[in-house]
Design a protein around this ligand. Structure first.
Ligand code: KIV
Length: 271
Protein backbone atom coordinates (compact mmCIF):
# COMPACT_ATOMS: atom_id res chain seq x y z
CA UNK A 1 0.00 0.00 0.00
CA UNK A 2 1.39 3.43 -0.91
CA UNK A 3 1.93 6.03 1.80
CA UNK A 4 -0.23 8.41 -0.23
CA UNK A 5 -3.27 6.07 -0.20
CA UNK A 6 -3.00 5.26 3.51
CA UNK A 7 -3.14 8.82 4.82
CA UNK A 8 -6.24 10.87 5.60
CA UNK A 9 -4.23 14.10 5.71
CA UNK A 10 -0.94 14.86 4.00
CA UNK A 11 1.56 16.31 6.47
CA UNK A 12 5.23 17.24 6.16
CA UNK A 13 6.04 13.88 7.82
CA UNK A 14 4.00 12.02 5.21
CA UNK A 15 6.01 13.76 2.48
CA UNK A 16 9.29 12.72 4.09
CA UNK A 17 8.04 9.15 4.29
CA UNK A 18 7.04 9.29 0.61
CA UNK A 19 10.56 10.36 -0.31
CA UNK A 20 12.03 7.63 1.88
CA UNK A 21 9.90 5.01 0.12
CA UNK A 22 10.56 6.42 -3.36
CA UNK A 23 6.92 7.41 -3.86
CA UNK A 24 6.55 10.49 -6.06
CA UNK A 25 4.80 13.61 -4.75
CA UNK A 26 2.20 15.37 -6.91
CA UNK A 27 1.75 19.11 -6.37
CA UNK A 28 -0.34 21.71 -8.23
CA UNK A 29 -1.22 25.33 -7.66
CA UNK A 30 -4.74 26.49 -6.83
CA UNK A 31 -6.09 29.88 -5.86
CA UNK A 32 -9.81 29.39 -5.23
CA UNK A 33 -12.33 27.16 -3.44
CA UNK A 34 -13.82 25.37 -6.47
CA UNK A 35 -10.55 24.31 -8.10
CA UNK A 36 -9.01 23.36 -4.75
CA UNK A 37 -12.05 21.15 -4.04
CA UNK A 38 -11.64 19.33 -7.36
CA UNK A 39 -7.88 18.75 -7.19
CA UNK A 40 -8.05 17.69 -3.54
CA UNK A 41 -10.79 15.21 -4.49
CA UNK A 42 -8.56 13.97 -7.36
CA UNK A 43 -5.82 13.03 -4.89
CA UNK A 44 -3.25 15.81 -5.13
CA UNK A 45 -0.66 15.67 -2.31
CA UNK A 46 0.28 19.35 -2.03
CA UNK A 47 -1.63 22.45 -3.12
CA UNK A 48 0.52 25.52 -3.60
CA UNK A 49 -1.26 28.84 -3.33
CA UNK A 50 1.41 30.30 -5.55
CA UNK A 51 2.14 33.94 -6.15
CA UNK A 52 1.60 32.93 -9.79
CA UNK A 53 -1.95 34.04 -8.83
CA UNK A 54 -0.57 37.45 -9.74
CA UNK A 55 -0.25 36.23 -13.36
CA UNK A 56 -3.07 33.76 -13.86
CA UNK A 57 -5.75 35.25 -11.59
CA UNK A 58 -4.98 38.96 -11.77
CA UNK A 59 -3.38 39.26 -15.22
CA UNK A 60 -0.12 40.90 -14.13
CA UNK A 61 3.08 40.36 -16.14
CA UNK A 62 5.06 39.25 -13.08
CA UNK A 63 4.51 37.87 -9.58
CA UNK A 64 5.70 41.10 -7.96
CA UNK A 65 2.45 43.07 -7.57
CA UNK A 66 0.45 40.55 -5.50
CA UNK A 67 0.05 41.57 -1.84
CA UNK A 68 0.07 39.64 1.42
CA UNK A 69 -3.66 40.30 1.92
CA UNK A 70 -4.44 39.07 -1.60
CA UNK A 71 -2.44 35.88 -0.95
CA UNK A 72 -4.41 35.38 2.27
CA UNK A 73 -7.70 35.82 0.38
CA UNK A 74 -6.67 33.11 -2.12
CA UNK A 75 -5.30 30.81 0.59
CA UNK A 76 -8.39 30.98 2.79
CA UNK A 77 -10.58 30.17 -0.25
CA UNK A 78 -8.39 27.13 -1.02
CA UNK A 79 -8.44 25.94 2.60
CA UNK A 80 -12.27 25.86 2.57
CA UNK A 81 -12.12 23.46 -0.38
CA UNK A 82 -9.76 20.79 0.90
CA UNK A 83 -9.96 17.70 3.12
CA UNK A 84 -6.65 15.99 2.53
CA UNK A 85 -3.90 17.96 0.75
CA UNK A 86 -1.14 19.94 2.47
CA UNK A 87 -1.64 23.62 1.61
CA UNK A 88 1.49 25.73 1.15
CA UNK A 89 1.28 29.49 0.59
CA UNK A 90 3.86 31.67 -1.13
CA UNK A 91 5.19 34.61 0.86
CA UNK A 92 4.73 37.36 -1.75
CA UNK A 93 7.42 39.74 -2.95
CA UNK A 94 8.15 42.43 -0.37
CA UNK A 95 6.71 40.52 2.58
CA UNK A 96 9.93 38.84 3.76
CA UNK A 97 13.04 40.24 2.08
CA UNK A 98 13.42 43.18 4.52
CA UNK A 99 14.51 41.17 7.57
CA UNK A 100 13.71 37.98 9.45
CA UNK A 101 11.23 39.73 11.79
CA UNK A 102 9.21 40.89 8.78
CA UNK A 103 9.38 37.36 7.35
CA UNK A 104 8.11 35.88 10.63
CA UNK A 105 5.27 38.42 10.89
CA UNK A 106 4.17 37.74 7.30
CA UNK A 107 4.25 33.97 7.84
CA UNK A 108 2.25 34.27 11.08
CA UNK A 109 -0.34 36.49 9.37
CA UNK A 110 -0.79 33.92 6.58
CA UNK A 111 -1.17 31.01 9.00
CA UNK A 112 -3.53 32.89 11.35
CA UNK A 113 -5.80 34.46 8.74
CA UNK A 114 -5.94 31.69 6.11
CA UNK A 115 -5.61 28.44 8.06
CA UNK A 116 -2.88 27.22 5.67
CA UNK A 117 -0.35 24.56 6.72
CA UNK A 118 3.01 25.94 5.54
CA UNK A 119 4.69 28.80 3.68
CA UNK A 120 7.14 28.93 0.78
CA UNK A 121 9.75 31.55 0.06
CA UNK A 122 12.31 32.07 -2.70
CA UNK A 123 16.08 32.16 -2.26
CA UNK A 124 19.04 30.39 -0.70
CA UNK A 125 21.62 31.58 1.84
CA UNK A 126 20.14 35.11 1.84
CA UNK A 127 16.89 33.86 3.42
CA UNK A 128 18.48 31.39 5.87
CA UNK A 129 17.91 33.61 8.92
CA UNK A 130 14.29 34.21 7.91
CA UNK A 131 13.62 30.48 7.51
CA UNK A 132 15.09 29.77 10.95
CA UNK A 133 13.03 32.53 12.53
CA UNK A 134 9.77 31.40 10.89
CA UNK A 135 10.48 27.87 12.14
CA UNK A 136 10.75 29.14 15.73
CA UNK A 137 7.00 29.85 15.50
CA UNK A 138 6.36 26.25 14.43
CA UNK A 139 5.54 27.16 10.83
CA UNK A 140 6.83 24.66 8.23
CA UNK A 141 8.81 26.27 5.40
CA UNK A 142 9.31 25.15 1.79
CA UNK A 143 12.29 26.58 -0.11
CA UNK A 144 12.48 27.56 -3.80
CA UNK A 145 15.69 27.67 -5.89
CA UNK A 146 16.66 27.90 -9.55
CA UNK A 147 14.35 30.22 -11.48
CA UNK A 148 12.92 32.46 -8.78
CA UNK A 149 10.29 34.66 -10.48
CA UNK A 150 10.32 37.31 -7.73
CA UNK A 151 13.88 38.18 -8.88
CA UNK A 152 12.98 38.47 -12.56
CA UNK A 153 14.29 42.04 -12.84
CA UNK A 154 17.67 40.95 -11.44
CA UNK A 155 18.07 38.17 -14.04
CA UNK A 156 16.10 39.74 -16.89
CA UNK A 157 14.88 36.47 -18.44
CA UNK A 158 12.91 33.32 -17.63
CA UNK A 159 15.57 31.04 -19.20
CA UNK A 160 17.00 27.85 -17.66
CA UNK A 161 19.09 28.57 -14.54
CA UNK A 162 22.36 27.09 -13.20
CA UNK A 163 23.68 25.86 -16.55
CA UNK A 164 27.21 27.00 -15.72
CA UNK A 165 29.35 24.90 -13.38
CA UNK A 166 29.82 27.68 -10.78
CA UNK A 167 26.05 28.40 -10.71
CA UNK A 168 25.33 24.70 -10.26
CA UNK A 169 27.75 24.56 -7.32
CA UNK A 170 26.15 27.59 -5.70
CA UNK A 171 22.70 26.01 -6.14
CA UNK A 172 23.82 22.75 -4.51
CA UNK A 173 25.29 24.72 -1.60
CA UNK A 174 22.05 26.69 -1.25
CA UNK A 175 19.95 23.50 -1.30
CA UNK A 176 22.07 22.08 1.54
CA UNK A 177 21.71 25.34 3.49
CA UNK A 178 17.92 25.20 3.07
CA UNK A 179 17.81 21.62 4.33
CA UNK A 180 20.06 22.45 7.30
CA UNK A 181 17.96 25.53 8.10
CA UNK A 182 14.96 23.24 8.54
CA UNK A 183 12.97 23.45 5.28
CA UNK A 184 10.65 20.42 4.96
CA UNK A 185 10.97 20.42 1.13
CA UNK A 186 12.28 22.55 -1.71
CA UNK A 187 11.07 23.47 -5.19
CA UNK A 188 13.64 23.52 -8.00
CA UNK A 189 12.44 25.54 -10.98
CA UNK A 190 13.81 25.34 -14.53
CA UNK A 191 17.29 23.89 -14.03
CA UNK A 192 19.08 21.05 -15.87
CA UNK A 193 17.60 17.63 -15.05
CA UNK A 194 21.02 16.17 -14.13
CA UNK A 195 21.63 18.92 -11.55
CA UNK A 196 18.14 18.53 -10.04
CA UNK A 197 18.64 14.78 -9.73
CA UNK A 198 21.98 15.33 -7.99
CA UNK A 199 20.32 17.69 -5.47
CA UNK A 200 17.45 15.25 -4.85
CA UNK A 201 19.93 12.44 -4.19
CA UNK A 202 21.97 14.57 -1.80
CA UNK A 203 19.06 15.84 0.32
CA UNK A 204 16.90 13.85 2.70
CA UNK A 205 13.96 16.29 2.31
CA UNK A 206 11.70 16.05 -0.77
CA UNK A 207 12.76 17.98 -3.86
CA UNK A 208 9.83 19.01 -6.07
CA UNK A 209 10.64 20.02 -9.63
CA UNK A 210 9.08 22.26 -12.26
CA UNK A 211 11.06 22.08 -15.47
CA UNK A 212 13.72 20.15 -13.56
CA UNK A 213 13.33 16.66 -15.06
CA UNK A 214 12.15 13.35 -13.67
CA UNK A 215 14.98 12.55 -11.26
CA UNK A 216 13.45 14.51 -8.39
CA UNK A 217 10.96 13.45 -5.68
CA UNK A 218 7.88 15.11 -7.13
CA UNK A 219 6.48 17.52 -9.68
CA UNK A 220 4.57 20.80 -9.56
CA UNK A 221 2.75 22.65 -12.34
CA UNK A 222 0.63 25.76 -12.45
CA UNK A 223 -2.98 24.49 -12.63
CA UNK A 224 -4.07 26.99 -15.29
CA UNK A 225 -1.16 25.92 -17.52
CA UNK A 226 -1.75 22.15 -17.27
CA UNK A 227 -5.49 22.61 -17.83
CA UNK A 228 -4.82 24.77 -20.90
CA UNK A 229 -6.66 27.80 -19.51
CA UNK A 230 -3.55 29.82 -20.33
CA UNK A 231 -2.82 29.18 -24.00
CA UNK A 232 -0.04 31.64 -24.77
CA UNK A 233 2.52 30.01 -22.42
CA UNK A 234 4.14 26.83 -23.78
CA UNK A 235 7.50 26.03 -22.21
CA UNK A 236 9.03 22.63 -23.01
CA UNK A 237 8.41 21.30 -19.49
CA UNK A 238 4.66 21.90 -19.60
CA UNK A 239 2.36 18.95 -20.28
CA UNK A 240 -1.18 20.12 -21.06
CA UNK A 241 -3.84 17.66 -19.87
CA UNK A 242 -6.76 19.68 -21.23
CA UNK A 243 -7.29 22.55 -23.59
CA UNK A 244 -9.83 24.51 -21.58
CA UNK A 245 -9.20 27.78 -23.40
CA UNK A 246 -10.69 26.21 -26.55
CA UNK A 247 -13.31 24.14 -24.72
CA UNK A 248 -14.60 27.11 -22.72
CA UNK A 249 -14.55 29.36 -25.80
CA UNK A 250 -16.69 26.79 -27.59
CA UNK A 251 -19.10 26.34 -24.66
CA UNK A 252 -19.56 30.09 -24.17
CA UNK A 253 -19.94 30.58 -27.93
CA UNK A 254 -22.74 27.98 -27.93
CA UNK A 255 -24.42 29.68 -24.95
CA UNK A 256 -24.30 33.07 -26.70
CA UNK A 257 -25.79 31.50 -29.84
CA UNK A 258 -28.55 29.73 -27.85
CA UNK A 259 -29.53 32.90 -25.95
CA UNK A 260 -29.61 35.03 -29.08
CA UNK A 261 -31.61 32.48 -31.06
CA UNK A 262 -34.16 32.03 -28.22
CA UNK A 263 -33.17 28.35 -27.94
CA UNK A 264 -32.25 28.85 -24.27
CA UNK A 265 -34.17 28.51 -22.01
CA UNK A 266 -36.55 25.94 -23.48
CA UNK A 267 -39.86 24.86 -21.91
CA UNK A 268 -38.14 22.32 -19.66
CA UNK A 269 -35.69 24.91 -18.37
CA UNK A 270 -38.22 27.28 -16.79
CA UNK A 271 -40.83 27.32 -13.99
O1 KIV B 1 3.90 30.58 -7.74
C1 KIV B 1 4.01 29.47 -8.26
O2 KIV B 1 3.13 28.97 -8.97
C2 KIV B 1 5.24 28.72 -8.00
C3 KIV B 1 5.44 27.44 -8.75
C4 KIV B 1 5.83 27.71 -10.14
C5 KIV B 1 6.40 26.55 -8.07
O3 KIV B 1 6.04 29.13 -7.23
Amino acid sequence: MSVNKEVKRVTTHVLLEMKRKGEKIAMLTAYDFSMARIIDHAGIDIILVGDSASNVMAGHQTTLPITLDQMIYHASSVIRGINRALVVVDLPFGSYQGNSKEALNSAIKIMKESGAHAVKLEGGREVKESIERILTAGIPVMGHLGLTPQSIYKFGTYTVRAKEEYEAELLIEDAIILEKSGCFAIVLEKIPASLAQKVAKQLTIPVIGIGAGGGVDGQVLVLHDMLGITNEFSPRFLRRYLNLFDDITKAVGNYVKDVKSNDFPNSGEQY
